[in-house]
Design a protein around this ligand. Structure first.
Ligand SMILES: Cc1cc2nc3c(=O)[nH]c(=O)nc-3n(C[C@H](O)[C@H](O)[C@H](O)COP(=O)(O)OP(=O)(O)OC[C@H]3O[C@@H](n4cnc5c(N)ncnc54)[C@H](O)[C@@H]3O)c2cc1C
Length: 479
């Protein structure tokens, strides 16, 4: 029996929707039966995991939501082939623990940074990426998927079987079916040494690629967030991780190095709101103190996230942060950050943190965002939830997208849904065809979310220049 519930995303809290009901299936059979029921009863189904996407991708007004987090076990592990098969509602900490516990000496290759309670199904559906050097998005780590499609059938899809579905489901935001199981490629669990360097934006791409050539496997750059500082978005700190073999031993390195636990992260986040210069100073001091420290390849990818921190913050509990990821050709990174610094200062935007990473090309997914090797710029901006604050945020995020597009870049669809029709089409020229395909594969409109609805409505809008020349009255009479 469904019961209407109000759902919202974890980080921004700006995509709330009154859904018709939430279901927590525990097996593939249950998922299939719910999808068949949806067909008979005319339900629209949304699927969600950890609810970290922020544009209503995982739920929608009036939808029946399938939250897959009860399906969270390892199905099988093939140590020889370095493959693990997991239920799609499994979250990263559970998978990492299970792999440690297996004694296989294997672990995941990449996961998102900044938070851990995200599902493997959610990672597939947005085609996520971590901070690997020389790594393409998540599709590259996937061997096979088990997907329940709109008529309730279960399909296996991979590069050899149902390839078209595979390429649409990965990065498909739950609009082509429910991923119930994921077979993931693993890597050996190794120890890493962290090398930390203060550096400026003009050298970042060269620095990270040279670290990769020297054997670095992971790396990123965090930039100055204080607009009053002349190094705003320019100066920063880079951390790269080099394999450091230690006879197969993986001791608890945490005893010998300074740690950033959830409590300290929360304090730094609060400081970034009140005194960004000091927050950045303390952050870089912490990072610098970890230069040369050791990490195991799994724990190094975990990052504590102080859920609900904004509500505990004095003076700005009515707001939250919103993230955006912009991608530009690597040769344009410095220009992009220079223009972004001018723009964000003009707008009096509040940058809470910002990172640069490198991403390799994804030549396989249908709605690929990594259509060439990019420099990826992540901005986490404060958003006041008043009407004026939301208008300001919309301007800021649209402005950042325009700056990336002007440099020949694009942006990630996982976050807000403030992009305009023009921005969506310029960044994702394949979108109209992608939506057409979605309608063909889902003629009964089983799959839906506020994000999908918004995408269809935005793309259906008449371009503004046509609207201007369109007579407002006597339209029919004009012909
Ligand atoms: C603090 C923070 C840090 C982040 N860092 C990164 C990062 O470093 N790199 C990065 O790439 N992204 C990052 N993200 C975005 C994140 O990767 C996505 O939001 C991801 O989808 C989260 O997984 P989830 O389980 O919360 O999915 P949800 O938000 O619940 O769902 C996201 C999408 O996946 C679909 N979906 C979920 N489960 C399934 C399933 N089983 N089958 C089919 N579709 C499904 C949903 O319908 C929805 O469209 C970050 C987000 C936050 C809030």
């Amino acid at each position: 029996m469904s019961k209407a519930v109000f759902l919202n995303d974890v980080h921004a809290g700006l995509s709330g929707a009154l859904v018709a009901g939430v279901h927590y299936p525990e097996s593939v059979t249950e998922v299939r039966s719910l999808v068949r029921q949806a067909g008979r009863r005319g339900w629209t189904i949304s699927v969600c995991g950890g609810r970290h996407s922020m544009g209503g991708q995982g739920f929608g007004e009036g939808c029946e939501v399938m939250d897959l987090r009860e399906m969270n076990q390892v199905v099988s592990l093939d140590v020889t082939k370095k493959l693990v098969r997991v239920a799609a509602g499994m979250q990263w900490p559970g998978l990492i623990d299970a792999l440690r516990g297996s004694g296989s000496g294997l672990t995941i290759r990449q996961k998102q940074t900044g938070a851990d309670e995200m599902t493997i199904g959610g990672a597939v559906a947005v085609n996520m990426h971590g901070r690997g050097l020389g790594m393409a998005p998540f599709i590259d780590d996937l061997e096979e998927l088990q997907v329940v499609i709109a008529d309730g059938s279960l399909l296996r899809c991979s590069r050899d079987e149902n390839m078209d579905l595979f390429s649409r489901v990965v990065g498909g935001y739950g609009c082509f079916g429910i991923v119930v199981e994921v077979t993931l490629r693993l890597v050996p669990l190794r120890n890493y040494r962290r090398d930390v360097t203060m550096i400026s934006a003009d050298r970042v791409v060269h620095w990270l690629t040279s670290q990769q050539k020297k054997g670095g496997i992971y790396g990123d750059f965090q930039f100055q967030i204080d607009p009053a500082d002349e190094g705003f978005l320019r100066d920063g700190i880079s951390a790269c991780y080099f394999p450091d073999e230690n006879g197969g031993e993986h001791p608890d390195f945490s005893r010998e190095r300074p740690e950033l636990d959830s409590g300290r992260i929360e304090k730094l986040l609060a400081l970034a709101h009140s005194n960004p210069g000091e927050a950045f100073r303390q952050y870089t001091a912490h990072y610098s103190a970890t230069d040369g420290c050791h990490y195991t390849g799994d724990e190094m990818q975990l990052s504590a996230y102080p859920t609900g921190y904004h509500a505990r913050m004095e003076g700005c509990s009515s707001g939250s942060e919103m993230i955006s990821e912009l991608y530009v050709p690597r040769s344009r990174l410095e220009d992009f950050l220079g223009y972004a610094a001018v723009f964000l200062r003009q707008q009096r935007a509040q940058v809470i943190y910002g990172t640069v990473r490198l991403i390799e090309r994804d030549a396989e997914s249908a709605l690929a965002w990594a259509r060439q090797p990019w420099a990826c710029i992540v901005f986490n901006l404060h958003v006041d939830h008043s009407r004026a604050g939301l208008d300001k945020a919309r301007r800021e995020f649209r402005g950042l997208i325009d700056l990336a597009l002007q440099q020949g870049g694009t942006f990630y669809l996982t976050y807000h849904r403030w992009a305009t029709r023009r921005q969506l089409l310029q960044a994702y020229p394949q979108l109209p065809q992608w939506l057409e395909r979605q309608s063909e594969q889902d003629p009964e409109k089983i799959w839906g979310s506020d994000w999908l609805r918004n995408l269809r409505e935005t793309l259906a809008k008449m371009p503004r220049q046509w609207a201007k020349i369109t007579p407002q009255r006597d339209w029919h009479g004009a012909f």
